[in-house]
Every structure is written in C-alpha cells, then in structure tokens.
Design a protein around this ligand. Structure first.
Ligand code: TXA
Ligand code: MG
Length: 316
C-alpha cells in the first residue's frame, strides 16, 4: 500500500466537489453518515473498489454496501419489489440497508458483491452524505472506515487513527448521531434480519405487514461479514459485569460509577451513540481488559449487545 497524504475536507460545496473529483478518478474518500463513517469509492470502478479492500485489509469475500442519494438510484441497481418500496417509504433516507437481487447489467463492480447475485443498498440520511452522493451522482461502495476487524469509526478522528496515509481524503463532519452500523435486511427471499441496528425487527415487520425472520431461522442466507470476532478493541472484554475487578477499565450503563458511562440515565439511544467512541477511548488508555455493565436486550439494546458480543469474541 503506497503512503499518501490524506486530505481533510469540509462539508462546503467546493470540498464536496473535490471529493466527487477524487471518486471519479478512482480514489478513496471517507464520508460521514448517521450510523458510522464509511470508506467510499466509485462502486462501478473495479480498481477503486479493490483499493477499499487493500486500505482496510478486508477479506475479498466480504461484500460491500452501495450508498445512493435516492431510492430511484437504488432501483436502477437492484430488482426492486413492493417490500423494498414499502421499507424505503418508511425508513429511507436512514439507517437501513436492503439486500436485493442485483439488476443484471447494473454498473456495479463484481468486487462489491464478492460475486454474489445480490446487492446491499442504502440511502443514508446524513445531510453531508446526501450532498456528497448527489454531487458525485452515482453509487458509492462504502464499508465502515476502519481497519478490518477493528472498532467502527464514529468520527473523522477515528477514521484517521486507522487509515491516515492509506486513503485520499476524509470529509470531516462531527460525530455520527446513531453510532451503530445500519440494520441489514435480506430481501432476496423471505424478509430476514441479517444485522441488528437502530431500525428493529419489530419496526420492519410493522412497515412490511409481514413477519421478519431472524438469521438463525433462515440460515441459508447471511451477511458474510458477520464473522464472530469483529468490532474488536485491543483490550479483552468482560460483558454483563455487575462489579468491577482490579485493573479493569470500566464502561457503565445506568446508575453505576465507572470510568465512562454509556448513559447514566439508562437511555439506549444515548448509549448507542457513545458506544464506539467510549470503547475507542478506554482502549487508548491501554487497559488489558474492559468490563461493561449489562445492557437491556430489547429494542436498540439488541444491536448494542450484538456489537459488544462481537467485540468480546475470541480473536484470531
Ligand atoms: O451503517 C452502515 O451500514 C455502514 C455505513 C458506512 O453505511 N457500513 C457498514 O459497512 O457497516 P460494512 O462493510 O462494515 O458492513 C456491511 C455488511 C457486511 O457484514 C457484509 O457482509 C454485508 O453488509 N453485506 C454486504 N453485501 C451483502 C450481500 N449482498 N448479502 C449479504 N450481506 C451483505
Ligand atoms: Mg464494518
């Protein structure tokens, strides 16, 4: 990987024009979204997409999400159906990714789908992501902008901590409001939840008017990126901790005293928004182990517990 100067861009129109110019030339620009920062490249350009895998150290079999400015742009890339239409009406732009059959002939590099005949698409709500995507005018493939297997980035500083010198530019636009990656729903067969996120299975089922299967119930399809160890800090993790042990860095939730508290008031939204930032901070402190309070396993708490258990899983 050649070292390069990573440009710091703002959300001003001239800087977004610069981002689009880099994308058109096959370069890598990290961009803010409401979930986490993404590492973007022109989804139609094989070489540009290959650079994403190289910069992240990501296994090639793990496909990418294509980000679009509008639902119409997603329709041009996929075989859209009534279910997708209903969900886009209810949740787009927003933190929901839909996996649909890839439209034959769509301008999407095979590296994006890792050769699958399905495509993950998302229309993000962040105003800067929206502006950057419309300025570019095409699909942007973007995984989370972290080195593969590390904590996801919820700020431009996190992006630079992992990728400075490995990417062409980053658009700096504050902290990601949601702080957890998008919900992923498989729609190539029966509606199946592939990754928990801010949009819960109940919300999806309600908008669809039909049941949403869990990944366990439909094991035939899965998100290849859902490897057990993921989102991992350097430190070991101890979850559901109701006391603190000597030498641990401590991450609380609710009315407990800890080094950092995800939400003293016990608010799951606040906890989700703080999760990766606080894990980044505690990890930077150099503790050998991070202990975390129990987080309720309901609503948004399901997605938080999903990310925590991946962070705690055995590493290779
Ligand atoms: O919130 C998000 O989704 C962020 C922001 C940047 O949009 N992106 C993100 O991308 O989390 P990434 O690459 O870290 O996670 C994408 C997940 C992976 O688990 C991948 O396996 C899955 O989506 N995926 C992508 N294409 C798929 C497909 N065709 N079928 C099933 N899963 C797919
Ligand atoms: Mg990721």
């Amino acid at each position: 990987m050649t070292e390069r100067q990573t440009e710091r861009l703002s959300a001003r129109p001239d800087d977004l024009a610069r981002a689009a110019e880099i994308w058109r030339a096959g370069g890598l620009v990290a961009l803010p979204t409401e979930t986490v920062y993404g590492l973007g490249a022109d989804a139609s350009n094989d070489l540009a997409v290959a650079r994403i895998f190289e910069a992240k150290g990501r296994p090639r079999f793990n496909p990418l999400i294509v980000h679009v400015a509008t639902p119409e742009d997603a329709q041009a890339l996929t075989l859209w159906d009534d279910r997708a239409e209903r969900l886009a009406q209810a949740f787009w732009p927003g933190p929901l990714t839909l996996v649909l059959p890839l439209r034959p002939g769509a301008p999407v590099s095979k590296l994006v789908t890792a050769g699958l005949d399905t495509l993950a698409v998302r229309c993000p709500a962040h105003p800067v992501a929206q502006a950057a995507l419309s300025t570019f005018g095409g699909g942007i493939a973007a995984p989370s902008a972290n080195r593969s297997g590390k904590l996801s980035p919820t700020s431009a500083a996190h992006v630079l901590a992992g990728l400075d010198g490995r990417i062409d530019a980053v658009i700096e636009a504050g902290a990601s409001e949601i702080g957890l990656e998008s919900t992923i729903l498989g729609l190539a067969g029966p509606a199946t939840l592939l990754r928990d996120g801010a949009i819960t299975a109940e919300m999806l089922a309600q908008a669809l008017g039909e049941e949403v299967l869990s990944r366990a119930a439909n094991a035939a399809i899965s998100a290849p990126g859902q490897l057990a160890s993921h989102y991992a800090p350097r430190a070991a993790m101890r979850l559901d901790a109701t006391d603190w042990q000597e030498g641990e860095a401590t991450l609380g939730f609710g009315e407990v005293t800890a080094d950092l508290n995800l939400s003293p008031a016990g608010d799951l939204r606040e906890a989700a928004a703080n999760l990766f930032e606080y894990l980044h901070r505690l990890d930077a402190g150099g503790a050998a182990r991070i202990a975390v309070s129990p987080i309720p396993r309901k609503g948004l708490g399901l997605a938080i517990n999903d990310r925590l258990s991946r962070a705690a899983a055995p590493r290779d």
